[in-house]
Write a protein that binds this ligand. Sequence first.
Ligand code: ZN
Ligand code: MN
Length: 508
Amino acid sequence: MSLSDFEAVIGLEVHIQLKTQRKMFCDCRNDGELQPPNTTICEVCLGHPGTMPVPNKKAIEWAVLMATALNCSINKKQFFDRKNYFYPDLPKGFQISQFSYPIGENGFLFILNKKLKSKTYVEASESDIRIGIERLHLEEDAAKNIHKDDRIMVDYNRSGTPLVEIVTMPDFRSPEYAKIFLQDLRLIARYLGVSDADMEKGHLRCDANISLRPKGDDKLYPKTEIKNLNSFKSVERALEYEIMRQYKIWESNEQDSIRQSTRTWDENSQTTKEMRSKETSGDYRYFPEPDIPHLDFNDKSFINIDDLKNSLPELPYDKRKRFLEEYGLSKEEAYILTSSIKISEYYENIVRKLLSEIDVDGEENFEEIIAKKTAKWMTNKFIGVLSSRNISFENNPLSEDDFVDFMKIALSGRVNSSLLQQILEKALETGKAPTEILEEGNLNKSVDNLDGIIQSVITENPDEVQKYLSGKHNLLQFFIGQVMKKAKGRANPDEVREMILDKLNELN
Ligand code: ZN
Ligand code: MN
């Protein structure tokens, strides 16, 4: 028996906070995470007796939008349910949620098939991965317990924040795809503008269910639910850990002892620990919320589902697919260039402008060459330079026209790539147009013949080259010095160093 005889059966339960102006059932502002504790609260979200919840229409629309993006069918008849349990962060003693009729059901999300980084727990798959969405429903968030010294304090600012809960089918076979799915979910929420879905800030929270079974077996074995997953990385790690833990139980033939249970991920020890045996829905004594009237989605004056559907932007998976097919990009490039709507628009506008401004007569595959080269420059260099300068793409100072200007220089073949990178950096630094920087000239001259200078330094110093090759590596400084002297200081020492190393390695 080995690990490869088993497959993991993984499902996710995800909560995403909606960034509406107001809370789910009251008029309190919904930015409590930025405000002092217990200041964005009222009688409703504190659960005072006799108060009446009024649903937030925007939150309902956004939940429908999210469910539509996940290809769910939308339930036209809607009501809320009470989920009863006792905890200090839940002042009413129940959470207003949806049980029988979620906003959406039976959806799915495709994930672009990717070369996975982890070698274990996964079978190579040629086709894209389809993850079923069991349901998406709307509910209110609980307050936040803050543990300080030996006390627990409660901040009710979060109480009543609108949440969508998304439950997937147990369709993941690999922890890595679970992570990728969550990242895609975050991106969809951002594309739709309904949440920042920042996991570190608790906007997106995830519990994972996992069981193991012998390959070929259709049965579902008792699952473990893992809680306290605070980052994408911890989701993946916790699932990998749990697979190994359960595998060892199978290995010693004690699988009958596995009960359905809830475990918590401990970041420090990188292990899961049992909390309790898992509760079932019966434990919550769900019943319809009597204080909120039923909602009717057939009533177009209340909510127009068709309008919402038509307002969906092109979603990340479709955009990536299109970038692969239309521009011949690599999957890696497609992922980066769809990582925000802004980036993807910037990229496509540049390609469009280049195609309309450059004469493509007679050249074969010219469109694809332009699209690919632009993608290369954006993903390999530009986004890297921005992030090394701590500039977010949203604050990118280079206009589309400037980047078009830059790409024209790059496509002309007049200038080598290390010089192009200098132009890019200088454009970011000075805000000048790339052509202007090129015409100023001093970059141009020094680097243009750098290759020739290095070659001549090597030819003129055969003894030093021999010594270097036989191990005297500190001579590298000598070569750099000689080249800088000949270049009259107009070269970048780091680049010179790299180029000399390349040349010397060729001789080796
Ligand atoms: Zn309130
Ligand atoms: Mn929930």
